[in-house]
Design a protein around this ligand. Structure first.
Ligand SMILES: Nc1ncnc2c1ncn2[C@@H]1O[C@H](COP(=O)(O)OP(=O)(O)O)[C@@H](O)[C@H]1O
Ligand SMILES: [Mg+2]
Length: 299
């Protein structure tokens, strides 16, 4: 059990804390300063709307993620969470504002993405799904196989290397998606509701596995989107709460559940209190998002 739990809720939108950098300093992290891996400043992204106008998905988002940090993004449906990840991945351009990725200069790719719907190639085996990115980068076949086998082992999938995706359960497919992202050894791991489509029990087991991956590699830098508050509290060092669309950073929450946190932390009063506090902060945004949806769908 972990008693050493503290909660810091920092109001981001306010005169005291205006920019991403200052906001970061309010969060709990080790005394040793770590380098910023990705910094968003004033990021806004719009899409063409159905009536010819623009839908502002994200507005004026400031955020800095440091090396080894696990940052969760939590917010209501449609608040621009997936947009934010795609922007960080370089799959889309910002409408305004900047995103700086601070690459170490190694041969590692900038980012790797884990999607909610696994996005595996149905015609490739599990092993060859995991080697896909490595093959594209020209990694020699044997080395790619060894890397893939190692990542599959970490996720308990060794016996399924030659299976095809349709032979796997939903939870196993997601684990393959995670293994594929880990195998790419990207500097920043981007995870977009990776457990969102799974049943509660499978989700809990995979949360434990993701925590184990974090413990095994403290340098892992991750931006993790979820709408499950308990998942964010369980996994993250820091949680960014988003407003309803247009998505802005509403608040930032530092989670200090101790470096050695394990699944038993879910049963602690501090865990429950933090999750409840976050829900209290998020409730009005979820209600606003629901109103937006019903306004759009009403005749
Ligand atoms: N390619 C697109 N074209 C038009 N609108 C989009 C596109 N992608 C997302 N949107 C809109 O932008 C908003 C944010 O979407 P998204 O980033 O998927 O939110 P979230 O992941 O938080 O649910 C939503 O209103 C969505 O309909
Ligand atoms: Mg999304």
């Amino acid at each position: 059990m972990t008693d050493k739990t503290s909660v810091v809720v920092a109001q981001v939108a306010g005169p005291a804390v205006e920019k991403g950098e200052e906001a970061v300093t309010t969060a709990a992290r080790p005394a040793e300063p770590r380098s910023v891996k990705v910094r968003l400043e004033g990021v806004t992204r719009s899409y063409p709307g159905p009536d010819g106008g623009a839908v502002v998905a994200l507005q004026d988002v400031d955020l800095a993620v440091r090396e080894g940090e696990f940052v969760a993004i939590v917010g209501p449906s449609g608040c621009g969470k997936s947009t934010l990840l795609r922007l960080v991945a370089g799959l889309q351009e910002t409408t305004s504002g900047t995103i700086d990725r601070h690459h170490s200069g190694s041969a590692r790719p900038d980012t790797a993405m884990v999607f909610q719907d696994h996005a595996l190639f149905p015609w490739r085996t599990v092993l060859r799904n995991v080697t896909f990115g490595l093959e594209n980068r020209g990694t020699p076949k044997r080395e790619a196989w060894e890397i893939a086998a190692r990542e599959l082992q970490k996720l308990g999938l060794t016996g399924f290397a030659s299976a095809y995706p349709h032979q796997l359960s939903g939870g196993m497919k997601q684990r393959v998606g995670i293994a594929r992202a880990l195998a790419s050894d990207a500097e920043i791991l981007l995870m977009d509701e990776p457990l969102g489509a799974l049943d509660a029990q499978t989700r809990t087991v995979l949360q434990d596995q993701i925590l184990d991956l974090r413990k095994a590699d403290p340098s892992l830098t991750c931006l993790y989107v979820t709408h499950a508050i308990d998942e964010a509290v369980f996994l993250a060092d820091r949680i960014i709460l988003m407003t309803a669309r247009p998505g802005r950073v509403k608040e930032e929450v530092a989670v200090d559940l101790g470096a050695g946190r394990d699944s038993s932390v879910r049963g602690t009063a501090a865990f429950a209190k933090l999750a409840q506090d976050i829900w209290e902060h998020l409730r009005s945004e979820v209600e606003a998002a629901m109103q937006q949806e019903s306004a759009r769908s009403s005749p």
